[in-house]
Each structure stands twice: as structure tokens, then as C-alpha cells.
Write a protein that binds this ligand. Structure first.
Ligand code: PGA
Length: 236
């Protein structure tokens, strides 16, 4: 299976910057790489990019989705709407949404089920915070986060992104042994389609952490073409 690299552009880029970056990535010769590049722009720019994505090997990804199908949910984006514009992946349960939007396991598992109903691959984020890390309870927290999603998730159709909260945007990463340990734990517990690592992945650390994972979920470094190109070239 090719490595999966998800470029999570969060709320970083303007319309013009997003289109320019996407066009540069689309021109970059990915055919020889054992990499599947998945791009998650702001929801506002998804439609513009969806008109370009068909002619490329890249895939489109939502940064979030509503757990509801249709109705009076102001500001909501449904799975059907994402599917209509060609999204084939969607991030759910990102720690920023858990922290700022108070998302919890039941809502996240509803989103996973809703996405699977539209053949959109969920990328579910889990990971310990700094307190759990320091008290040596990372695996307990990860285990609990997986369990609270419920026992009826079709894990074989789901990608898990291991993203320690303390590593996101901090410039710090776990050691490669720690990452491999958690990835193995997740694979043994739920057998997902793939397990990615996310949290301060950059051109500087990709060579150290690339082994033992099925790919990466990359935030800030994925907004810079040269750095992302370096990661793609060296992360496979
Ligand atoms: P980062 O973000 O690469 O900027 O640390 C990763 C993420 O939050 O998905």
C-alpha cells in the first residue's frame, strides 16, 4: 500500500494561496512515488479545488463534517455535500475540534458512520495530551478514545491518525520507537485500514520518523510547497 500523506491546511491559506499550492502539487510528478497525497483545504475552497482534482492523482479531504444527514443545522456541512463535490476522505475528531468545539466520542463515531454511508474514508484523530504522556498513560488514553467510538465501527474502512496533542504545532515529536509502539498498539486493538502519524511532521524530522507508519497527517509544513515536496520525496 502506498504511504498516505494528508495535507491538513487548517485555516491557514487564502483562496489564491490554496489554488496556487494545489496547482503546484498537481504538476509535481507523483506517479513514480509510492505515495497517495490527500489534500484537506478550507471547506470554502473545496469546490474550486474539486474542479481541478479530477485530472490529478490527488484526493480531496474535508477537515470536518456534521454527524447529521440533512436539516436545520446552521453552519453544518453534510457528508452528502462533501461527496457531491468529490471528497473521498474526511478528518474527524481532530484534537483542535475536541478542544475548541467540545467534540466527544459519540459525536465522532456518528460522523464516522455517516461518512462510511457515503463511501468517504474517515481519518479519525486520537492521541494523548501532555499530562497523560508525562504520567505514562498514553496507551490507556488511546485505548479509551478508541473504545468510546463504540464496538460497531467498520475499522477496516477507517484510517486512524495518531496525533499526540502535545506534538501538534509544537515542533516536538515522540521518538520513532514511541510512534511505532503506539501504531502497533492501535493496529492490534482495532485493525484499521491504515495508521498515520501527525504532529509537527516536517522536512527536518521526516527521515527519522518515517518507518513503521502508513503515512502522515501534516498541518503547517503541508502549507509550504517545497517542504511538502521534500516530505513526499523522503517519506515513502
Ligand atoms: P502540525 O499539525 O503538523 O502543524 O503539527 C498536525 C495536525 O494537527 O494535523
Amino acid at each position: 500500500m502506498p504511504k498516505i500523506i494528508v495535507a491538513n491546511w487548517k485555516m491557514y491559506l487564502s483562496r489564491e494561496e490554496s489554488l496556487r499550492l494545489f496547482s503546484s502539487l498537481a504538476k509535481f510528478d507523483m506517479d513514480t512515488k509510492a505515495v497517495k497525497l490527500v489534500v484537506a483545504p478550507s471547506v470554502l475552497w473545496l469546490e474550486g479545488i474539486s474542479k481541478l482534482v479530477y485530472a490529478t492523482p490527488l484526493a480531496l479531504c474535508g477537515q470536518d463534517v456534521s454527524s447529521r444527514q440533512i436539516g436545520a443545522f446552521t453552519g453544518g456541512i453534510s457528508c452528502k455535500q462533501l461527496a457531491e463535490i468529490g471528497c473521498t476522505y474526511c478528518i474527524v475528531g481532530h484534537s483542535e475540534r475536541r478542544a475548541f468545539m467540545h467534540e466527544v466520542g459519540t459525536e465522532i463515531s456518528d460522523k464516522i458512520r455517516a461518512l462510511l454511508g457515503f463511501n468517504i474514508t474517515p481519518i479519525v484523530c486520537i492521541g494523548e495530551d501532555v499530562i497523560s504522556k508525562k504520567s505514562g498513560q498514553a496507551l490507556e488514553v488511546i485505548s479509551m478514545q478508541l473504545e468510546e467510538l463504540g464496538s460497531d465501527i467498520e475499522w477496516g474502512k477507517v484510517i486512524v491518525a495518531y496525533e499526540p496533542v502535545w506534538a501538534i504545532g509544537s515542533g516536538m515529536t515522540p521518538s520513532k520507537e514511541e510512534i511505532t509502539n503506539v501504531v502497533t498498539f492501535i493496529k492490534e486493538k482495532v485493525q484499521p485500514m491504515a495508521v498515520l502519524y501527525g504532529g509537527s511532521v516536517s522536512g527536518q524530522n521526516i527521515l527519522d520518523i518515517k518507518h513503521g507508519v502508513d503515512g502522515f497527517l501534516i498541518g503547517f509544513a503541508s502549507t509550504k510547497f517545497e517542504e511538502l515536496k521534500f516530505i513526499i520525496n523522503n517519506g515513502e
